[in-house]
Ligand binder design. Structure first.
Ligand SMILES: Nc1ncnc2c1ncn2[C@@H]1O[C@H](COP(=O)(O)OP(=O)(O)OP(=O)(O)O)[C@@H](O)[C@H]1O
Length: 610
């Protein structure tokens, strides 16, 4: 391999007759006077006698052609491989044309690529095109993972990409961007596995119900299990909001998530909500007030003067009167609006539990996955993040003031669909607390991992605070533009974004100091959605046929006209509720699928085992 053409201080062309260059391949230029500059391939081209140079010059210019001829290439006849290489550090003077080029030894580039050990960092994947370095890779960095390359699963060959999570203290927060099917969720899963490995307490909001680590990945030798390292809770089942602990401002925020609030509705909440109100006391007060206003003061007074009512009725109407005296001037429509919103949250189970299960999980160093519908997660996240961040802050602040405080650990907040939690341009329940963490969380040891398909829709103050960005395949022009503005991806890398393979990612991180191309490793666990929906249909059909055949077994051979007599038994055993026509259809289907044999005689149609 040799340098050809005119070189600059930061870019050179390299040619070879035998070596086919690969994108992101690392190379060392033998130039003692410049301290062996190193760089990586950013563009490649191959010529052979079928596509001779000059016919389509591609990346080569006249200067390149001239040098090639001078150093003995037969242009138009030889195979020639060319690469454009960008130097990692600008050279003090242009590089000598003709200088030889080779692959680096691990020690020559280790400081650029490896910032921590596998035991202390997140082992997320393999740095692309580094398999040339395998012979010099130290044992401690080998055999850390398996990688899927095209259809083949293979052990790690190149340099591992180990994210130095400890450096988040200085460069906090991670963004994970990528379009549908780009491998973003898969990458997030690998990140979470590594976080569990290190037992870092984390709060994961999971709108897709996919972050479960119970099932192991198929085909992966020695997949790790994470059983004791995480817990999954659902809003309305294991966790919820303790209504009586909410301030009036919290109630406003929660209710606004169930449906936007008008000024007048906010006024209703501020007037009617009392400190320590339980869900019951607040919703009763609202319901009674609505009913009282609907009846009107006159009618309520008349009922109370009328007499002849039971004690309960007297109590009820006295309550109405009191409420009318206190709040009678509030508009009925706004009160009803609040009533509807409180009801909606209650129906979703939000007020049935508290967040103790989450706090315990975090205290125990676990990854706590919180599942629920997006809108409900938005409400709940604002409450739970606010509460836990508050605890962590109080503990740290107390410590700074040398006071005693209950220990609360540092933790990470992880969410997919992050643009729903902190949207650009409009408000969302959790946005203010997330912004605060983006700006101040570092001081308290609270960090964000934000994944989204739409970085353009994410609040820009937060995007700017994400010091490490993992960029998967992105097709949408506006998102590519945002990514280019927010990372140090070069123009060439930006152009490659729509064509990245699922699982390939550019990591642009202040921690690494430069963009790296990485193949994410195979996950040890599998997503519950990993089953192809069409395989799922097939499996369901097979299971169903099996069940029906088992029920039929005792009655075979079965004549079509006997179905009527056996209908109750058949339905019971097959757990169906079919009539005779439906059973006939099913028998026909099973015989078409070859699972039964259909015989027609002049007297009857018979079904038997094939
Ligand atoms: N690193 C990887 N190695 C092997 N296969 C991968 C890798 N990453 C992704 N894949 C494959 O690509 C598919 C799509 O990935 P994934 O579901 O993570 O996409 P996504 O970007 O999260 O899409 P969506 O946002 O629609 O969920 C996965 O089913 C997985 O099989």
């Amino acid at each position: 391999m040799q340098i050809v053409g005119v070189t600059t201080q930061h870019e050179v062309y390299i040619a070879s007759k035998v070596h086919k260059f690969r994108m992101n391949e690392m190379l060392v230029i033998e130039d003692e006077s410049l301290y062996q500059p190193k760089g990586e391939v950013v563009e490649t081209f191959s010529y052979n006698r079928y596509i001779p140079m000059g016919f389509d010059k591609g990346i080569a210019d006249d200067q390149v052609l001239k040098t090639l001829e001078q150093i003995g290439y037969d242009i138009g006849a030889d195979d020639i491989h060319l690469a454009k290489v960008r130097l990692f550090e600008e050279a003090v003077q242009p590089i000598q044309t003709g200088a030889t080029v080779r692959h680096p030894h691990f020690n020559e580039i280790s400081s650029l690529l490896v910032k921590t050990t596998p035991a202390e960092g997140l082992v997320l994947g393999e740095v692309k095109s580094t398999d040339f370095i395998e012979p010099t890779l130290p044992e401690s960095l080998k055999e850390l993972m398996h990688v899927q390359d095209h259809d083949e699963i293979r052990p790690q060959k190149g340099i591992p990409f180990i994210f130095d999570i400890r450096a988040m203290q200085q460069y906090p927060h991670i963004g994970v961007f990528g379009g549908s099917g780009s491998g973003k969720s898969f990458g997030l899963r690998v990140m979470l596995e590594e976080i569990m490995k290190l037992q870092i307490p984390s709060l994961v909001f999971d709108p897709h119900f996919e972050m479960n680590f119970a099932s192991q990945a198929d085909d992966l030798p020695s997949a790790k299990t994470y059983t004791d390292r995480y817990s999954v809770v659902q809003i309305g089942k294991e966790v919820g909001v303790d209504f009586s602990a909410l301030s009036t401002r919290d109630v406003e925020r929660l209710l606004s998530a169930a449906g936007s609030l008008t000024e007048s509705m906010i006024n209703v909440i501020q007037t009617v909500h009392k400190r320590k109100d339980s869900y019951q006391s607040f919703s009763d007060r609202i319901a009674n007030l609505a009913e009282a206003i609907e009846l009107g003061k006159q009618k309520v007074e008349a009922m109370l003067h009328d007499g002849g009512m039971t004690r309960d009725e007297i109590n009820r109407f006295s309550t109405f009167r009191k409420l009318l005296d206190q709040y009678g001037s509030l508009p009925l429509a706004s009160i009803k609006g609040i009533q509807w919103r409180v009801n909606r949250l209650h129906q979703a189970g939000l007020f049935q539990q508290n967040i103790r299960a989450i706090e315990q999980g975090i205290q125990a160093g676990k990854l706590v996955v919180i599942q629920g519908a997006v809108w409900l997660l938005q409400v709940f996240s604002s409450y739970v993040i606010g509460a836990l961040y508050g605890k962590r802050r109080s503990f740290r602040d107390a410590k700074l003031q040398q006071k005693q405080g209950d220990f609360f650990p540092p933790f990470i907040v992880v969410t997919d669909e992050a643009h729903n939690f902190a949207p650009k341009g409009f408000d969302a329940p959790a946005k203010s607390v997330l912004k605060e963490i983006a700006q101040e969380g570092r001081k308290y040891g609270v960090f964000l991992i934000f994944a989204t398909q739409r970085p353009t829709l994410l609040d820009e103050t937060i995007t700017a605070q994400l010091n490490s960005k993992f960029v998967f395949r992105t097709v949408r022009g506006t998102d590519i533009q945002t990514i280019k503005e927010e990372t140090d991806l070069t123009h060439d890398e930006g152009k490659r974004l729509p064509y990245l393979r699922s699982g390939d990612v550019f990591v642009s991180s202040a921690i690494m100091g430069r963009t790296m191309a990485v193949r994410i490793r195979l996950a040890h666990s599998a997503s519950p959605h990993a089953l192809n929906p069409f395989d799922e249909l097939k499996k369901m059909k097979e299971q169903d046929s099996e069940q029906v055949l088992r029920a039929l077994d005792a009655y075979l051979p079965l004549a079509e006209m006997s179905i009527m007599n056996q209908l109750t038994n058949l339905n019971k055993e097959a757990q169906k509720n079919w009539d005779v026509a439906e059973w006939k259809q099913e028998l026909e289907r099973l015989s078409e699928d070859g699972l039964l044999k259909k015989q027609k005689t002049p007297f009857a149609t018979l079904y038997t085992r094939p």
